[in-house]
Design a protein around this ligand. Sequence first.
Ligand code: GTP
Ligand code: MG
Length: 329
Amino acid sequence: MPANLPPEYFEVEKTLRQARTAEEKIAIMEKLLSIIPRHKGTEKLVALYRSKIAKLKEEIERRPAAKKGQLFRVEKSGAGQVIVIGPPNAGKSAVIRALTGVEVEVADFPFTTRLAAPYMMPFENIKIQLIDTPPITADFMESWLVEMIKMAEAALVVLDSASPESSAQLEIIVNRLKKKKVELVSAETPIPPEKFPFMKRTLLVLNKSDLGEVNNLKEELEILFGRALETVAISALSLTGLEELRRRIFDLLQIVRVYSKVPGKKPDYESPFILKKGSNIMDLARQVHKDFAEKLNYARVWNKQGTITGLRVTRDYLLNDEDTVELHL
Ligand SMILES: Nc1nc2c(ncn2[C@@H]2O[C@H](COP(=O)(O)OP(=O)(O)OP(=O)(O)O)[C@@H](O)[C@H]2O)c(=O)[nH]1
Ligand SMILES: [Mg+2]
């Protein structure tokens, strides 16, 4: 019986020959499986791919632990690293493209993105690193993705607000990560340092708001997760909601920008020091120079609002976003 495979099958099958890693091969074969029509004539082909996928997965499992993530570790850069995850076709790559202006590959079929890739998103005077990733489904998640999520400072989960499956897909992702001991938490959740890899501040991005009401999905999510995770509605296509999203991503990082100035001179507003929220003058001094850390006498502070101007403070003074600080030895 002839297999009668659609042309798309052969297009995708070609890419299999160029695939180098086991992860890439699995992703392509999963895609082929989603294309192959199911009938008597394709039974053998389906079985063949299934067994190949199973073998590749075993191969990945046999890799030494240290090697598993190695190939896919993304060097950190900028003020913070935010990993973008989600179900297939939700628009993860499109959202990154809209936020960064970089030509990220976007396509109308699942499993378009097969490898992790970093992009820089400008936010006011800083840059935040966004990592595009392959999708997570009930039966597929790259073995190295969890390690990458653990290393990132925060996560975005992109969902298709027009799809009736989005809340179930989020549930699948949350549960898959939970099995790997990773918990997605809201932006304000305090995370003790030893919990850093296992608790990830997360924002839910309800994409494709141009296709209709996002409230249905919001309500479903609230029923399933309470208000544990915050949402922001955007459209990567009509470019709406992006400014709010950029600000919310910055908030998710829980960092402050601090300008250091020399007495009598203006601060450099283009290259702020980046510190964790809750940092004080002493933390800043350590970043500026070890001499300051050792010999700091006092500091003067100006705030963004202009309500604090040159106030003399001690080393335990808590810093706010966009404070200007003069360190005195
Ligand atoms: N209407 C509409 N379509 C969108 C929007 N964002 C993305 N899309 C479309 O959704 C499809 C999938 O977009 P991608 O960015 O490739 O999705 P992805 O989540 O990266 O998909 P994978 O890499 O396969 O996991 C493409 O056809 C996009 O053009 C949006 O805001 N509105
Ligand atoms: Mg993609």
